[in-house]
Design a protein around this ligand. Structure first.
Ligand code: NAD
Length: 473
């Protein structure tokens, strides 16, 4: 449902309208039929999903090229292989994760069974964002299937080619009664959110996250909200600066900064700032050449609205730009840009940047950095670059963020035993690895008693008529 127009961008045309009430009802009927509960069914679906990834690598890369002009390396590294690894891990651990838990029990329950069952919630809605349009939708979807739920997936309407790929390809591999796709944007979401759902997993901006949360409260529907924010990087003077620059710039410029965990801004001393800027110039030239617009490795901005937003940020930063600063509206290109000597009153420090502009805010030391971080909304990630363990400890213990990564950026995502999520304005709940399975699972506690005479005698003090003597037994 989209075509290329003259300048090579996608002309949007609306997907086929669907009756949302019918889709939700179908999902409900499927869950009630019980087909998604058996572990064998779930495994079969997950294996088929893995097959879909293996057989459609090129189609997935093509969709990402169309939507974001994503390079093949980034498409594979950050989406296709990432999905394959996560799903393989789920399948390898599936039997272990799905087993009912038997928590420790006290002497009083020595004759009883104490069990925690892993119950699916029921009908789950997974809403994706456009910046990693495959990963952010399919990874939680796999978790929801593993946990035995029926899933309604809503791809982002802004990643047109990916949304179309999902709508066309998923039904060929997955049970069409149990995985339902609704394409569309705010209009479809507004309608969808009126219905009673059993769990909502949303990835996107904080403002829409609040709309989703408000709608969920009406039905007491539990949510995971994977939101954004300004993730700071603190750098001190004890680090290997060459390596630090590469690690910060890579995390910033993958997907040209349209990454929820991208370093948003740097906090460091003026001395570190100067070194960082000087080394950056060489690194950027080495990576993207004299003219970064000609580099095949830099993505493009998703649409004109986001381009104009970033253009305004570059323009507002004009006097402080140390590297880059070019843009081209025709190509939706913004050059990797570093802005020096930024202060809180600069426009660029207002909202999440979500593009290839990296401001540096000078601070005297780690204490000032901590104060700065704590004076703002809680970020999704805090990055710290220091070899001084005391400094790292101070930042760990005196700040709050969804997660942290010390001496690198973005790589924390590759550790499947680290749950990923935000706190405060950057989100509620988490997923990845086992945490994805747990997120979509209601932990149902169950005590199983029996009729053994000794047990009944021991507990008979609870029956009236009450007396102190009975309790002592
Ligand atoms: P967005 O909030 O514009 O859209 C997200 C989803 O919400 C889309 O599917 C969209 O169709 C839907 N939506 C839009 N308007 C709506 C409305 N009025 N009512 C209901 N639903 C609506 O977010 P985005 O621009 O796609 O993504 C960028 C943001 O997402 C950034 O803030 C980024 O930090 C955040 N993000 C977070 C993570 C994470 O894992 N924490 C990952 C990626 C992106």
């Amino acid at each position: 449902h989209d075509t290329m127009n003259g300048n090579g961008t996608l002309a949007h045309s609306k997907p086929k309208p669907v009756n949302i009430s019918e889709v939700v009802q179908k999902a409900r009927n499927t869950f009630n039929s019980g087909i998604t509960r058996p572990l064998d069914w779930r495994k079969k679906q997950l294996k088929s999903l893995l097959k879909m990834y293996e057989e459609n690598k090129n189609a997935m890369i093509d969709a990402l090229v169309k939507d974001l002009r994503r390079s093949k390396t980034e498409a594979i590294l950050l989406e296709v292989d990432y999905l394959i690894n996560d799903l393989s891990n789920t399948l390898n651990n599936f039997d272990e994760w799905t087993k009912p838990e038997q928590p420790p029990k006290g002497i009083v329950n020595v004759l009883d069974d104490v069990v925690i069952y892993n119950d699916p919630y029921g009908v789950v809605l997974v809403v994706g964002a456009w910046n990693y349009p495959l990963q952010l939708l399919l990874l939680p979807m796999a978790g929801a299937i593993a946990a035995g739920n029926v899933v309604i997936v809503k791809p982002s309407e802004l990643a047109v080619a990916t949304s179309q790929f999902i709508a066309e390809t998923l039904p060929k591999y997955l049970d069409n009664d149990a995985v339902l796709i609704i394409e569309g944007g705010p209009e479809e979401m507004t309608e969808l959110l009126k219905h009673k759902l059993d769990y909502i997993f949303y990835t996107g901006g904080t403002n829409v996250g609040k709309i989703v949360y408000a709608a969920a409260t009406k039905h007491l529907t539990p949510v995971t909200l994977e939101l954004g924010g300004k993730s700071p990087v603190y750098i001190d003077n004890t680090v290997d600066m060459e390596v630090t620059v590469k690690r910060v710039l890579w995390g910033k410029f993958i997907n040209v900064g349209q990454t929820c965990i991208a370093p948003d801004y740097i906090l460091c001393s003026k001395e570190v700032q100067d070194k960082f800027v000087e080394i950056s110039k060489n690194v950027l030239k080495e990576w993207y050449g004299e003219d970064p617009q000609k580099s095949p490795d830099l993505c493009r901005i998703i649409n004109n609205r986001h381009f104009s937003r970033l253009q305004a940020l570059v323009d507002a930063s004009k006097d402080k730009i140390a590297v880059g600063g070019r843009y081209d509206a025709q190509d939706r290109f913004v050059a990797p840009t570093i802005v020096k000597n930024v202060t809180t009153s600069d426009k660029i420090m207002e909202d999440e940047i979500f593009g290839p502009i990296l401001p540096i805010v000078p601070v005297e030391n780690a204490y000032e950095a901590i104060q700065f971080i704590n004076s703002r909304e809680k970020p999704l990630v805090l990055y710290v670059f220091s070899t001084n363990k005391e400094v790292t400890k101070k930042l760990v213990e005196n700040t709050s963020s969804g997660g942290m990564c010390v001496n690198d950026t973005v790589m924390q995502m590759g550790v499947d035993t680290l749950p990923f999520g935000g706190v405060g304005n950057s989100g509620i709940g988490a997923y990845h690895g086992k945490k994805s399975f747990d997120t979509f699972t209601h932990k149902k506690s169950c005590l199983v008693r029996n009729f053994a005479a000794i047990g009944e005698k021991l507990a008979s003090g609870r029956y009236p008529p009450y007396s102190d003597g009975k309790l002592k037994l």
